[in-house]
Design a protein around this ligand. Structure first.
Ligand code: NCD
Length: 363
């Protein structure tokens, strides 16, 4: 593989290999401190970030490499109207790997198509966030000793929470996973996750509004922030933002060894009184993210060096330029020259999905 845009581009063996490398980095940091000497990562962040950008940057620095990039679109030529395709062709002249965060869904996919160096999706709109998932998986593995046979509850904004979509996809690779989706009706997981991941892989799941009722069954509770920046209606956000607040009282019904995760930043969906609970793992998750990003950078650079960096394949039953993507968050809405491409995902129902953002179209 050349890039990491969607977590499902990694096989179970790939994920296990990254976990093995990360654990070795934790044990033997000195062994890795010069592995990327002379290499550069470009962090292209068109949207705010604390953890993810600094995590990529410290990952590269701890591998002996260096960092270039920008942390807001306004300080890049995007503000002059430069396309993602042109920007990454330029950055390919300066760096060895790109980490890109963008508010439009599918932007890192476009970047991967045009960059000659590996591109890592560091979060695209409300769509995907595969490296947060790597952080989540290493945390689950270190806390529970396994990635299979777990009941995992996702709570909060499951519609726009991109970390939720990527983690559910990754968990579909493991046996014995049961999923509880805890959210208000307005913030349920999108169809592409429900139909293409949960149902397609026969993963048992329930949708519920009640955190309290679900709590006793959970091995992992994944709390999320209501994603204010994705709402077109501020009042709707204000109405939904406090739907769930985890506090010590609610944890009384939880298993003694349940693991509480949150990709952070937290607003008020986990009360600070929970932070001292031994089940609270969200700050460990941040550190695990750095180790997994180190492992990922090493893997992508090694594959490129070995000539194994296969670019993204646009395969399957595709229709090009015939229908337009209707999702206002899709990269095609701001980059007019991009060809609209849809992939057939359900032959019987005639359902196609946009290759950039996964939103649905019927023919
Ligand atoms: C998440 C994100 O950006 O999607 N943060 C992160 O990368 N750790 C979650 C969020 O912003 O709520």
């Amino acid at each position: 593989m050349k890039d990491l845009i969607d977590i499902l581009e990694l096989s179970t063996d790939d994920i296990n290999g990254l976990i093995k490398t990360a654990l070795d980095i934790i044990e033997n940091p000195a062994k890795y401190s010069e592995k990327c000497k002379g290499k550069k990562i470009a962090t292209l962040f068109y949207e705010p970030s604390t953890r993810t950008r600094l995590s990529f940057e410290s990952a590269m620095l701890e591998l002996g490499g260096s960092v270039i990039g920008f942390s807001q679109a306004s300080s890049s030529s995007a503000s002059k109207g430069e396309s993602v395709a042109d920007t990454v062709r330029v950055v390919s002249c300066f760096a060895d790997v790109i980490a890109m965060r963008h508010p439009k869904e599918g932007a890192p996919y476009v970047a991967a198509k045009y960059a000659s160096i590996p591109v890592i999706n560091a979060g695209d709109g409300g769509h995907n966030h595969p490296t947060q998932t790597l952080a989540d998986l290493l945390t689950i593995y270190r806390e529970k000793g396994r990635l299979d046979n777990l009941t995992v509850g996702f709570c909060g904004d499951l519609k726009y929470g991109r970390t939720v979509h990527s983690l559910i996809s990754a968990l579909s690779r493991y046996e014995g996973i049961k999923i509880a989706l805890i959210s208000p009706d307005e913030l349920k997981v999108p169809n592409y996750v429900k139909e293409d991941v949960l149902e397609k892989n026969n993963m048992p799941y329930e949708e519920t509004r009640s955190l309290e009722e679900t709590m006793p069954n959970l091995d992992i509770l994944y709390m999320t922030r209501v994603q204010q920046e994705r709402f077109s209606d501020e009042n709707e956000y204000l109405r939904l933002r406090d739907s769930y607040i985890l506090n010590p009282e609610k944890l009384k019904n939880a298993k003694a060894d349940m693991c509480i995760l949150h990709p952070l930043p937290r607003v008020n969906e986990i009360s600070v009184a929970v932070d001292d609970d031994p089940r609270a793992c969200y700050f460990k998750q941040v550190l695990n993210g750095k180790y997994m990003r180190m492992a990922l950078i090493l893997k992508l650079l090694a594959e490129k060096e070995a000539g194994r960096a296969q670019p993204l394949k646009e395969e399957g039953d595709l229709i090009r330029g015939e229908i337009k993507c209707q999702n206002p968050m899709c990269i095609t809405t701001i980059e007019q020259e991009l060809e609209h491409v849809f992939r057939l995902v359900d032959k019987e129902k005639g359902i196609y999905r946009c290759i950039y953002c996964d939103s649905e179209a019927k023919r």
